[in-house]
Design a protein around this ligand. Structure first.
Ligand code: CA
Ligand code: CA
Ligand code: CA
Ligand code: CA
Ligand code: CA
Ligand code: CA
Length: 350
């Protein structure tokens, strides 16, 4: 903005008198509230930052039998029903984030592939690979794939036709793309590409439709990359952290996909306990919301989130959002369940 000197002389004392303490501060964008319709059992690690990131499996044939996987980053992986009750726990070590894809060929048969970023060895990251058995709601370990030196933070899967890759995000912003080989049922992988963001990064999600990978650099903002292993490695900025819409840390990312290219990128604005939406087709900011106290307590300091659209039964007919809750006092941390239809209604996006 250009302010002419004489006008500035008139305006500045007025502005100074009226301005908030920090003149550069932008007014925070509105964040209307929804309330959770459900919550999971608390994770087993009490008095610690332990619950971290969810994944969602939708049972298309019987939506009420859908499952949620959640990490206790100090202990392992939980599988929860839509009622939030623990169906199983696997002592999988210190797994940080988790993602899944259904219908992946594993040992010659289609199955539900689950990957988790393994930080048990802080000096050497790994991709831990599992199969989810939906009937028993249990996970079977298929092996670990060693990745770059450093602490494993984020993870997300990308599928194109019969090929599946996992992106693992290290604490220092290193991103490795690993081609997965599940042909004989044991997990093998090969690092095919490496990218780098400048500082601590974690949340990521890939859009199988458009071949785009989204990564959150916690202090800086959200980037997207070409997910194709032969594509360019330079990131494109989508949204910087600020004092209005995306308040650092930028944490978990999820996609609410609609049609061949439409829908929203959802980001945890951890610094003010909110979630921001961006339109996938043009990266434009759409709005933001909070999960406030209701019959179930609201979310605080959210790390991982996940969104899957489609019918999840009577409580979640238009899709399910799951958000980690950093304060579930007096209990240990857990995950909150939100009807995606409530989010769209609150933001006037129906
Ligand atoms: Ca946390
Ligand atoms: Ca996840
Ligand atoms: Ca983080
Ligand atoms: Ca953080
Ligand atoms: Ca809470
Ligand atoms: Ca609670």
């Amino acid at each position: 903005m250009t302010v002419f000197p004489r006008l500035a002389a008139v305006l500045l004392p007025f502005a100074a008198a009226c301005a908030p303490a920090e003149p550069s501060r932008v007014a925070m964008a509105p964040a209307p509230s929804v309330t959770a319709r459900g919550e999971t059992d608390a994770v087993g690690t009490a008095n610690a930052d332990a619950a971290d990131d969810p994944a969602i499996w939708r049972d298309a044939a019987n939506p009420s039998a859908s499952l949620i996987i959640g990490t206790d980053k100090k202990a392992g992986l939980y599988v929860y029903g839509l009622d939030g009750k623990t169906r199983s726990f696997l002592d999988a070590g210190q797994v940080n984030n988790v993602d899944l894809r259904d219908g992946v060929m594993i040992g010659g048969k289609p199955g539900i592939l689950v990957v988790a970023s393994d930080r048990t060895d802080r000096a050497r990251s790994a991709v831990a690979v599992f199969r989810l058995d939906p009937a028993s709601a249990t996970l079977t370990a298929l092996g670990k794939i060693a990745t770059a030196p450093g602490e494993a933070y984020g993870i997300c899967l990308y599928r194109k036709d019969a090929d599946v890759w996992t992106f693992i995000i290290l604490k220092d912003g290193t991103i490795e793309q690993v081609a997965l080989d599940l042909a004989d049922g044991a997990a093998k992988g090969r690092v095919v590409r490496r990218m780098k963001l400048g500082t601590q990064s974690e949340g990521c999600v890939a859009d199988d439709r458009t071949g785009r990978l989204y990564v959150a650099e916690e202090d800086i903002g959200i980037w997207r990359f070409d997910a194709d292993p032969a594509g360019p490695t330079a990131p494109i900025a989508i949204a910087g952290t600020d004092t209005a819409k995306l308040i650092a840390d930028a944490e978990g990312l999820a996609l609410a996909i609609d049609g061949p290219t439409g829908g929203y990128l959802v980001a945890s604005s951890q610094g003010d306990n909110a979630y921001a939406l961006y339109r996938l087709e043009d990266d434009s900011y759409v709005g933001r919301f909070r999960i406030a106290n209701g019959a179930i307590d609201g979310t605080y300091d959210t790390d991982g989130i996940e969104v899957v659209l489609g019918n999840f039964g009577p409580d979640y007919p238009g899709g399910l959002m799951v958000a980690q809750d950093g304060n579930n006092a007096p209990h240990a941390q857990n995950f909150k369940l939100v009807a995606w239809a409530d989010v769209l209604k609150t933001l006037g996006l129906e």
